[in-house]
Structure formats: C-alpha cells, structure tokens
Design a binder for this molecule. Structure first.
Ligand code: HEC
Ligand code: HEC
Length: 341
C-alpha cells in the first residue's frame, strides 16, 4: 500500500463539506500565517480571497468613509504606529475624543471578543461600528453605502470580490474584516528562540522571558501564541478616577466584571505606547512598575495580580523581553494604497 486509506478519504470529505456550503479553506492558502502563530479560522460565510482583501484594504484607508472625509480606520489604527495611533485617546471627526485608547488590530483576527469590553463579536461584527459612531467617523451606514456607490472606481473591486459591483453594508464589513485578518505579527525573536535558535534572544531578554513565564506571572493572562487569553481581568487601572470606566461590566452586568478589560496581545508591544485601555501608562517601564506594586487595590482586583517584588535588574530584563522578544522583523508594514476615484 502506498497510500493509507485515511488519506484517500480526505479529498472526498472536502468535496462533501464544500458542497454543503460550509467549506472552510485552510488558512494559509490566501492569508500567510507567520511562524509561531496558529492557524487562523475564517468565518464560514466570509472565507478570505485575494480580491476581498484588496477591496478591504482600500476601504480601510479611505477617509471618504467618514462624514467630512478626514478620518479612516487607519487614522486610529495606523501601520506606522503599531496599527494603533500613538495617543492615549483616539481622535475622530471634528477632533472629538473618546475615553479609551485605540487597541492595535494586529492579530485581532484570532479573537472573538472585540473592543476593550468585548462588546462586538469577531471582526465582521466590529467593522461597521466606527463608521457610524458619531465621535469616530460619524457616517450613517445607509449614507456610507450611497457615498461609496457614487465612487465609480469602487465598482470593479466590488465586482471582483463579490461577483457584482453592488455596495452593501455587509460587503463593506466582510471586505474590511478580510483585510484586517491579514494584519498578523509572529516570527519574532521569541518564536525563533522557541524553535531552537539559542542566539535569537539577548541574555537580558532570555532572563526576562523566564520571569514573564515564571516569577512575574505575566503568562497567567498573556498566554498562547498571541500572548492573550482572550479573557477579561481587573488590574485596577483607572479605578481611582472620579468616574471609573466599568469595562466588561457594561456588557455582562456581572458585579465581578467591574473594571475588567480584555487582555491585549503583547505582539509588537514596543510600537503601541501609550498603554492600557485609557493609555495612562506611557512606557513599558511604567507598565512593569504598575504590575510590580500589584496593580491598584479594589474589590474586583484579579487574584493573579499581586506585588511581585522584582529587583531593578529583573524589571529591566522583563522590559528587554517585551521589546526585543516580541517585535518581529516581518512586521506587517502595509503602505496606503492608491484609492479609487
Ligand atoms: C477615531 C478613532 C478610531 C477610528 C476612526 C476607528 N477606530 Fe477602531 N477603535 C478605536 C478605539 C478607541 C477602540 C477601542 C474602543 C473600545 O474598546 O471601546 C477601537 C477598537 C477597534 C477594534 C477592536 C480591537 C480589539 O482588540 O478589541 C477593531 C478591530 C477596530 N477598532 C477596527 C477598526 C476599523 C475596521 C475601523 C474603520 C472602519 C476603525 N477601527 C476605526 C478607535 C478608532
Ligand atoms: C490578571 C491578568 C494579567 C496579568 C497577570 C498580566 N496582565 Fe498585562 N494586561 C492584562 C489586562 C486585562 C490588560 C489591560 C488592562 C486595562 O487596560 O485596564 C493588560 C495590559 C498589559 C499591557 C498594555 C497593553 C496595551 O496594549 O496597552 C502590557 C504591556 C502588559 N499588560 C504586560 C504585562 C506584563 C509584563 C505582565 C507581567 C508582569 C502582565 N501584563 C501580567 C492582563 C494581565
């Protein structure tokens, strides 16, 4: 026997699955997954295609998706700023500011819960929110559809992606989400070290890595290939403010979720200062100090947060690991495309 029977059955199974319209193309066919990251599952009704990704990229960078043509997704999630915006708070149309910092969208394709409080499901469920949001892009969605339809140059890319030139809210969301799924960071010095390259990390970064997974307890929440458990935790950030942000509580209404926020990825963390949901910590050194003192006491403080009592050298090592270990040379540095007219 040259071929075991189980392998023969696979193509047949794929045909059956596809004909039932639940065909999930193995990711990596269209979207290239960097080393160290897991397979990326795409939704059944929105498998990635090169055409959809191309269209999504145009929409992502297009300021005409805002009421006064001044703000695009990239204004707050810019490839030049770690796919965030380098500020504590995001600035939308008319210079309006919200109360939370713009998270990076790097590796957001892996997470079900979107936003600091997880109120949106998957990227498709998130993409239209900021367009309609009055303090972000402020463009009602039916107007957005009219505006994009009136740009002649969009007919071709919509047709290539979806079969007809028609612009719909659903198609805009699917295209943007498909593009966002390509914004991945892996293959960092940490991954190469893990794969056996002893030289990939400096000595301080190696010591910092041991602390991260050991005494400093960071991996209790920043776990897995993208350094997040996808869960919500209270570290006490901003808890002493006059009106503290309730975080996940607004969605779950569970008392224990007060002041809890989603664990963010730490991939490319050196590029995305300032830190935390309200951007109050300016540097990674400040972040490590914050954890070292055990966060800010409050009734909902997560049990995994406690004083670490690190030495100055240990703190520096931890920062070295975060900066050096998780910054990839293959950073997704996408350039703004030429937009349709
Ligand atoms: C004015 C700034 C601004 C603009 C414009 C903007 N965003 Fe955001 N984005 C934010 C902020 C702030 C948050 C976090 C809000 C929260 O958690 O309540 C966010 C959250 C997200 C998240 C969730 C990431 C995560 O890890 O939870 C995604 C994905 C995202 N935005 C994509 C987009 C897309 C796509 C567009 C364009 C259609 C866009 N954003 C436009 C500021 C902006
Ligand atoms: C109990 C879970 C938990 C533990 C343990 C933990 N983190 Fe976090 N981390 C989070 C959450 C949740 C946030 C967001 C909190 C917020 O904004 O209020 C966060 C935010 C961060 C940020 C800011 C990310 C950004 O994009 O703004 C960094 C950096 C970070 N953590 C590093 C670490 C390090 C280093 C350790 C170990 C010393 C650690 N974390 C331990 C859950 C945890």
């Amino acid at each position: 026997m040259t071929q075991p029977p189980r392998r023969l059955a696979l193509p047949a199974l794929a045909v059956v699955l596809c004909s039932l319209a639940v065909c999930l193309p193995a990711s990596g066919q269209v979207i290239k997954i960097p080393k160290g990251l897991k397979e990326l599952r795409e939704p059944e009704d929105n498998p990635a295609t090169a055409e959809k990704i191309e269209l999504g990229k145009l929409l992502y960078f297009d300021k005409r998706l805002s009421s006064d043509d001044t703000v695009s997704c990239a204004s707050c999630h810019s490839p030049d700023k770690g796919w965030s915006n380098g500020e504590a708070f995001a600035t939308g149309v008319d210079g309006q500011k919200g109360g939370r910092s713009a998270p990076t969208i790097i590796n957001s394709g892996y997470q079900r819960f979107q936003f600091w409080d997880g109120r949106a499901d998957y990227l498709e469920g998130q993409a239209l929110g900021p367009i309609a949001n009055p303090i972000e892009m402020n463009l009602p969605l039916d107007e957005m559809v009219r505006k994009v339809s009136a740009i002649k140059g969009y007919a071709k890319p919509f047709e290539a992606a979806f079969g007809t030139p028609e612009v719909t809210q659903d198609r805009v969301a699917k295209a943007i989400a498909s593009f966002e799924r390509t914004v991945l960071s892996g293959d960092a010095p940490y991954d190469r070290y893990k794969a056996g390259d002893q030289e990939a990390l400096s000595e301080p970064a190696k010591r910092g890595m041991k602390l991260f997974f050991g005494k400093a307890n960071c991996s209790a929440c920043h776990s897995g290939h993208s350094f997040t458990d996808g869960g919500f935790h209270n570290l006490g950030v901003g808890i002493k403010d006059a009106e503290p942000d309730v975080g996940r509580f607004a969605v779950s209404k569970q008392e224990g979720d007060k002041g809890s926020f989603k664990t963010p990825t730490l991939r490319e963390i050196a590029r995305t200062a300032p830190y935390m949901h309200d951007g109050r910590l300016k540097t990674l050194e400040e972040v490590v100090d914050y954890y070292d003192k055990g966060g800010e006491a409050n009734p909902q403080l997560d049990e995994e947060i406690y004083a670490l009592k690190l030495t100055a050298e240990q703190k520096a090592d931890l920062v070295a690991f975060l900066k050096e270990g998780l910054s990839s040379e293959a950073y997704p540095d996408v350039k703004e495309p030429k937009l349709p007219e």
